[in-house]
Design a protein around this ligand. Structure first.
Ligand code: IMP
Length: 181
């Protein structure tokens, strides 16, 4: 499948994604029994994952979408913007950050730091995908769906230059395509 100048191939199918989402939700339901967590999905990439995950959360919870951005094309720019859009008080809340993918972990580390400074009672993160750099850096993510190497992926909310978020399956860059066009 071609998106802009790059060729992508199917990587993780919609049913496999759904199965993993169910497993993550089951773990969270177990761990947060008796609590009322606040889910903070990070836009734009997590919108599809967050919608599917939250449909399977059985404990009472709140949801507030927030935004930050550090990506341009297929490699991290390292340019971090601050967390924006949280309109409810996060003070004294059990926060669960919902990420689509953790790559270098810079975005997540910055968000966790900000939330702790705002006085959150606890801060954990759930991510559908985690790449090798975050694993090596031991970035603090309690719930991880799939561990990847370095492949660039799109679909199921994730984009390549704004395109591909609408696909229900996850795709990865074909091996012969350049990751840095
Ligand atoms: P990090 O700060 O390097 O961990 O980057 C995290 C953010 O970069 C994610 O929330 C995504 O928006 C974006 N990102 C990282 N890897 C990919 C990818 O393979 N495809 C699409 N977006 C990605």
């Amino acid at each position: 499948m071609k998106v802009q100048d790059l060729e992508f191939k199917k990587f993780i199918t919609a049913p496999a994604l759904a199965e993993k989402v169910h497993a993550l939700a089951t773990q969270i339901n177990h761990d947060y029994k008796g609590k009322t967590p606040m889910f903070l999905p990070i836009l734009n990439g997590s919108f599809m994952f967050a919608a599917d995950l939250l449909k399977e959360i059985k404990v009472p919870c709140r949801v507030s979408f927030v935004k930050t951005s550090s990506y341009s094309g297929t490699s991290s720019t390292g340019q971090l913007k601050t967390l924006i859009g949280h309109d409810e008080s996060l003070f004294n809340q059990h926060i669960i950050i919902v990420e689509d993918i953790v790559d270098t972990g810079l975005t997540l580390e910055k968000i966790i730091e900000e939330l702790r400074a705002l006085g959150a009672k606890s801060v954990e993160a759930v991510t559908l995908l985690r790449k090798k750099p975050a694993r090596e850096k031991k970035v603090d993510v309690k719930y991880v769906g799939f561990d990847l190497e370095m492949e660039f992926v799109l679909g199921y909310g994730l984009d390549y230059d704004g395109l591909g978020r609408n696909y229900k399956d996850l795709y990865k860059l074909a091996e012969n395509a350049s990751a840095n066009p």
